[in-house]
Design a protein around this ligand. Structure first.
Ligand code: MN
Length: 135
């Protein structure tokens, strides 16, 4: 399967375009759980080149990658390339970003854990100097 073949890598509908200043491109969000649940799960689809700003989750987050190719990076560490089947366990309050590779769609389920600890804190965009060297 080509990493660009989005249709083969989606396990739930795209959902709606998610308009947010915390992403540098087009992203779709399909919330799979009801509003107010203790463990919100969203299906997030990034267009090629799209990533979110640096941010941190008060209670942590788990990413289950379902399709395409993308990256996860923690502040001060090298970026980790991600493919379908990869799991990222993001500890509480760790500054990070996630998003698509330049030439590929990227789809993950985002699971907010310990959501009672509060929402995400959004920080600065990922610089071109940090993103552009990634393949
Ligand atoms: Mn996150």
């Amino acid at each position: 399967m080509s990493s660009n073949d989005l249709s083969n890598s989606v396990i739930s509908p795209l959902g709606d375009r998610f308009k947010s200043d915390n992403f540098n491109g087009t992203v779709w969000l399909n919330m799979l759980t009801p509003f107010g649940t203790a463990c919100p799960i969203g299906n997030v689809t990034f267009e090629p080149g799209c990533r979110n700003n640096w941010h941190k989750h008060a209670g942590g987050q788990i990413l289950l990658v379902t399709g395409g190719r993308g990256y996860y990076q923690e502040w001060g560490k090298p970026a980790r390339e991600l493919h379908a089947g990869d799991v990222v366990n993001i500890p509480a309050d760790v500054k990070h970003w996630h998003g698509a590779a330049k030439d590929s769609w990227f789809v993950h389920l985002a699971i907010e854990v310990n959501s009672e600890k509060g929402p995400a804190t959004w920080l600065e965009p990922v610089s071109d100097e940090a993103y552009n060297p990634l393949k």
